[in-house]
Write a protein that binds this ligand. Sequence first.
Ligand SMILES: [Zn+2]
Length: 274
Amino acid sequence: MSPILRKAALAAAALVLLGCSASPTGESTLLLNSPEQMNTLGRQSFEQLKANTPVEDDPALNAYVSCVAHAVLDQVPAHYGYGADDWEVVVFRDDAINAFALPGAKIGVYTGMLKTAQNQDQLAAVLGHEVAHVLAQHGNARMSQQQLTQIGLGITTILLTDRVETRTQKMLVGALGLGAQFGVLLPYSRSHEQEADVMGQEIMANAGFNPTEAAELWRVMAQQGGAQPPEFMSTHPSQSRRIDMLSQRAPALMPLYRQAQAAGYKPQCERLRR
Ligand SMILES: [Zn+2]
């Protein structure tokens, strides 16, 4: 192994060791970016989105989304370091069936999602799921995976320098690069989706929302899909498995839901049809 290659391999190994940590449900995960870096990125992306997408100013719609969001955010465990009032919640006027949460405490809900989610419990399921992606640092994990691919690309370039002619080398790196770029467009991994489903459903039950509505939301979404799947579904695939899992987990969460309701967590967010 050439000295330069050895250095690159050591650097990559050190990065992996530094970045490894456990996710909330105990899975080992690679995190190469600090929470501060991720928060900055999240805030920047959110500002860009606000500049490019019309923001819905209908007070009734905003009140509805804010009511559900804050009931959910109130149940985020304190050790994550977020207060319910830290979050900025924006309704975007867009027919796409979509919603997201970003590091830096940002939430966006599209008006298309408000037509799809049939009641406050289903909207809580969407928001619980999206907030869970942030809490579990899935964005960081996904980005770290891409960064690792970039490091791999660097090593491959060095490795190839001595051995193959330049044209072949360019072609090989190009093929890998295409893979790396494709990674940016990929949705969260199946394990991230499952973790967000599990965490989100528990958060919604703790907030006094009916956890059986989580599976119902995905059923509605699957029905509305038709030939062209809604945006949210195209980044959240494998809905039949997810519907099964969410239905199976709901009964065990009913006691949490009833406890929350008995303790006075009875969200009554008024949903207005448009
Ligand atoms: Zn998701």
